[in-house]
Write a protein that binds this ligand. Structure first.
Ligand code: DQA
Length: 137
């Protein structure tokens, strides 16, 4: 089984960015622990701050059995990413580190939630692990 994690804008700064919200662990370190927890799964990782690059990555979905998608701020703005998700057959799980519903109102809307297979929100970095669990079960 091969899955990809797609992280959107500013998530390259995890570990130093707003640590009160996102924690102090960087994603690469967390990714190592994820790969150790799921030794039979190939976990690819892609991060971009650019909307079109995220859309291009989603278009590569035929290579994957599932996508874990944290589109970060684009979650709340991007019809383009939502259309990309609609255009593929691959299972997509939307994840968020923080509980977006307990934050500013503009984070309550997600253009992705209506078009993904499932949503995991607010469990810190563990949201990604739970997303993978949902793809393999
Ligand atoms: C986020 C929540 C978004 O509102 C925010 O713009 C992010 C990260 C999360 O994982 O909690 O960059 O997607």
């Amino acid at each position: 089984m091969k899955i990809t994690i797609i992280n959107g804008p500013n998530l390259n700064l995890l570990g130093s960015r707003e640590t009160n919200i996102y924690g102090s662990q960087n994603f690469e370190t967390y990714l190592d622990s994820l790969r150790t927890s799921f030794p039979k799964i190939i976990i690819e990782y892609f991060q971009s701050n650019i909307e079109g690059e995220i859309i291009n990555k989603i278009h590569e979905s035929k290579e994957f059995d599932g996508i874990i998608l944290n589109a970060a701020a684009y979650t709340h703005t991007s019809i383009g990413i939502a259309d990309a998700v609609k255009s593929i057959d691959c299972k997509v799980v939307e994840v968020h580190i923080s509980n977006t519903f307990s934050r500013e109102e503009y984070r309550h809307n997600s253009f992705l939630s209506p078009v993904v297979d499932g949503i995991i929100i607010g469990f810190g970095l563990d949201s990604y692990r739970l997303g993978i669990e949902s793809l393999i079960n």
